[in-house]
Design a protein around this ligand. Structure first.
Ligand code: EPU
Length: 336
């Protein structure tokens, strides 16, 4: 395994924030993992697994050890009439994995195209977009727990998947090594998410062709979301809040135009982007941090922001939405 000390983190987080980690270890294969398992007490603690750093905010220097899984590659391990079971290395680039599986005729991940990050982070965050979540396709996850030094396979029913959450998010000492995905050999596209449906209708595209769906998603994301290579960001900064019927109705009485999704008979999900826009934050800048002018759910590093600047801006947004709407926003990004 590759071990580095006193690492500058700017290239390792999509926010492009300056911070330093005491230690960083790259794990490429099974031998590296065994070596790590034998030496868990030899490196500064705590440990944290970072993937491509696309959902992270470094609020200060990290005094522990960052683990990067760089085991790439995927293979079909079982094949059935209608679907295949694929085992993918945690270090695979997520979008390359999506593109390659579609190219081979294994369908399902098309709506999750163009999401920054790795295969290893897909179950942790239960990544989701355009009406689809990774958990719909994950069968099991192979992990290593550096606290106990044990290896474990977690079947999907024990992954505790929810909206941007999982058992892995609650256990930062678990390193995801491989993820098994069940993908269909028969296209079954899901196009009911409004932005996607509108795009397909407007451009008169075939909504049953997964490759067309992928291209549509890439295009929509490109038009709305900032490219982290040009302007630092970590995607949606907050989760969309879910409120009960009482609060929902009281806000709707004041704002009949409020967009929402029904989570259940009694719970309503409200787009945080709408709340943030209502409170006048769109395009706002504070020191080097800003609220993206096209998609206000995304906080950006305009070039010179520190993690503290971004956190301060986030804190002010949370406070104003609490005051105006009585809703508490929670970060989607992991703050270290
Ligand atoms: N909206 C506004 N003002 C804006 C932009 C959006 O009011 O300036 C409202 C609109 O009503 C729009 C609604 O917000 O219909 C939803 O916007 P969008 O479709 O862009 O989705 P989102 O709720 O902002 C979520 C995910 C994204 C995912 C998209 C598409 C979360 C926290 N974010 O964003 O995921 O790509 O849906 O499915 O659930 C991520 O997790 O990092 C991420 C980018």
């Amino acid at each position: 395994m590759k071990i580095n000390h006193n690492i500058q983190l700017k290239p390792f987080n999509t926010f492009g924030l300056d911070a330093q980690a005491a230690c960083m270890i790259d794990i490429e294969n099974w031998d590296d993992l065994q070596a790590l398992a034998d030496a868990t007490n030899d490196f500064p603690k705590p440990y944290f697994c970072i993937g491509q750093g696309s959902n992270l905010l470094f609020s200060r220097d990290f005094e522990g050890t960052l683990i990067r899984m760089v085991n790439k590659g995927w293979e079909v391990i079982e094949e059935y009439q209608d679907y295949v079971l694929i085992r993918a290395g945690a270090g695979c680039d997520w979008d390359e994995f999506v593109e390659q599986t579609l190219g081979k005729g294994y369908f399902g991940l098309e709506n999750l195209s163009f999401i920054p990050g790795t295969v290893g982070s897909s179950p942790v965050q239960n990544i989701g977009a355009y009406g689809v979540e990774a958990s719909q396709f994950i069968e099991r996850v192979h992990c290593f727990d550096w606290e106990s030094g044990l290896f474990a396979t977690i079947e999907k029913e024990y992954c505790e998947f929810g909206y941007r959450k999982s058992v892995f998010k609650q256990h930062p000492s678990w390193v995801v090594m491989w993820v098994e995905y069940a993908l269909s050999k028969i296209p079954q596209t899901q196009t009911y998410y409004k932005a996607l449906e509108d795009y397909l209708v407007k451009n008169e595209l075939d909504s049953e062709n997964p490759m067309i769906i992928r291209n549509a998603v890439v295009d929509i994301r490109n038009s709305k979301l900032p490219d982290h290579k040009k302007i630092g960001n970590a995607g949606s900064f907050f989760k969309n809040p879910v409120v009960d019927a009482g609060l929902f109705e009281s806000i709707r009485a004041r704002h009949p135009e409020m967009p929402f999704y029904m989570e259940s008979e009694t719970n309503f999900k409200i787009p945080a982007a709408w709340l943030i826009e209502q409170c006048g934050w769109k395009g706002f800048q504070l020191n080097g941090a800003g609220v993206h002018e096209k998609q206000p759910l995304i906080l950006v590093n305009l070039g010179s922001a520190t993690g503290k600047d971004v956190l301060e801006l986030a804190g002010r947004i949370v406070e104003s939405i609490k005051n105006d709407f009585g809703i508490e926003l929670h970060p989607e990004v992991i703050v270290l």
